[in-house]
Design a binder for this molecule. Structure first.
Ligand code: NDP
Length: 277
């Protein structure tokens, strides 16, 4: 019998998740159906209850419903609890298992696909929203020499540093954008986890943060050369990447969690990658 999965978000028209999961299913010989659900704001519980009653086995959650999914879960994984957000649910009877694979997917893309190890490196993370929160534990587990978190609303970054400090082996701190301008420090990996690019904006980061041979990673995908990537390109960053790899890697994690078999991600990353130039 065909097992049902879906992605829920609002809006959802742009989603690539059905394409990705159905390709994974073909590749691994799994019999699944995977659809997209436009979740109603304030109606998450009813929408997901209805999907479960119709036989749904698991669901991915995208913006802006990840916090709703966190509240809906009965069993939270460590990363989901720490991130305070959930991007995948698995249904087993009355039990609702919850995971957050965004951070793991991001680390896999940076370290394995792009070949930029974080261990012993200096990493700059811009933003302190849901995506950055999900990235912190997986980043710290890679043991960077230094992880600096910068956010427009600096209190949010301070609160995250307080929460995640126990997991840090190296130096882990935060500051504001103006303070970042004053510290004259360069980073091997610079990750833009702000939503500025979705509006064609640049987070107020200066060119001096990009180290020689650095990776500039933009979490947004399908936006071409965003202002952040343009800035990095202008100062000669060695590698520019957008969030396509993260999108595919987090999907692969969810697929493996649901189906017990891990798909190959490289073919799908290649399919979805839009060259910058
Ligand atoms: P949130 O809304 O939770 O957080 C937004 C963050 O961006 C906040 O830290 C906010 O700062 C900051 N920000 C917004 N505008 C600006 C600006 N002009 N200058 C500086 N900082 C700004 O968003 P998410 O964390 O969910 O998403 C962040 C990005 O990651 C988005 O581009 C999203 O598309 C992408 N993403 C990609 C995924 C993928 O699969 N590739 C998966 C998940 C996310 P403040 O706190 O001060 O408001």
């Amino acid at each position: 019998m065909t097992d049902k999965y879906a992605v829920i978000g609002n809006p959802i028209g742009h989603t690539k998740s059905p394409l990705i999961h159905l390709a994974f299913a073909r590749q691994t010989g799994q019999d699944i159906d995977y659809t997209a659900i436009e979740g109603r704001i304030g109606g998450f519980r009813d929408d997901v209850d209805a999907f479960r009653q119709a036989g749904g086995r698991g669901i991915n959650i995208t913006a802006p419903l990840k916090l709703e999914a966190f509240k809906y879960a009965t069993e939270l994984s460590g990363p989901a609890r720490l991130a305070g957000a959930v991007n995948a649910l698995k249904f087993e009877g009355d039990r609702i298992h919850a995971q957050n694979f965004d951070g793991i997917g991001l680390v896999r893309d940076i370290v394995q696909n792009l070949g930029y190890p974080m261990a012993g490196r200096r990493v700059l993370l811009l933003g302190a929203g849901g995506a950055a929160r999900g990235a912190l534990l997986p980043f710290l587990e890679q043991k960077p020499a230094r992880l600096l978190l910068v956010n427009r609303t600096v209190a949010k970054a301070q609160s995250l540093v307080g929460q995640f400090k126990p997991y840090a082996g190296g130096e882990f701190s935060c500051c504001s954008y103006p303070e970042l301008g004053d510290i004259h420090e360069k980073f091997d990996i610079v990750v833009n986890a702000t939503s500025a690019s979705l509006r064609g904006e640049l987070p107020p980061v200066h060119t001096g943060v990009f180290a020689f041979r650095c990776l500039a990673y933009e979490l947004a995908y399908g936006k071409g050369l965003t202002p952040f990537l343009k800035l990095a390109q202008g100062v000669g960053a060695e590698r520019l990447a957008d969030g396509v790899g993260l999108l595919v890697e987090q999907a692969a994690e969810a697929f493996a969690w649901w189906r017990g078999v891990r798909p190959e991600t490289a073919p799908m990353i290649k399919t979805l990658t839009v060259p910058f130039l």
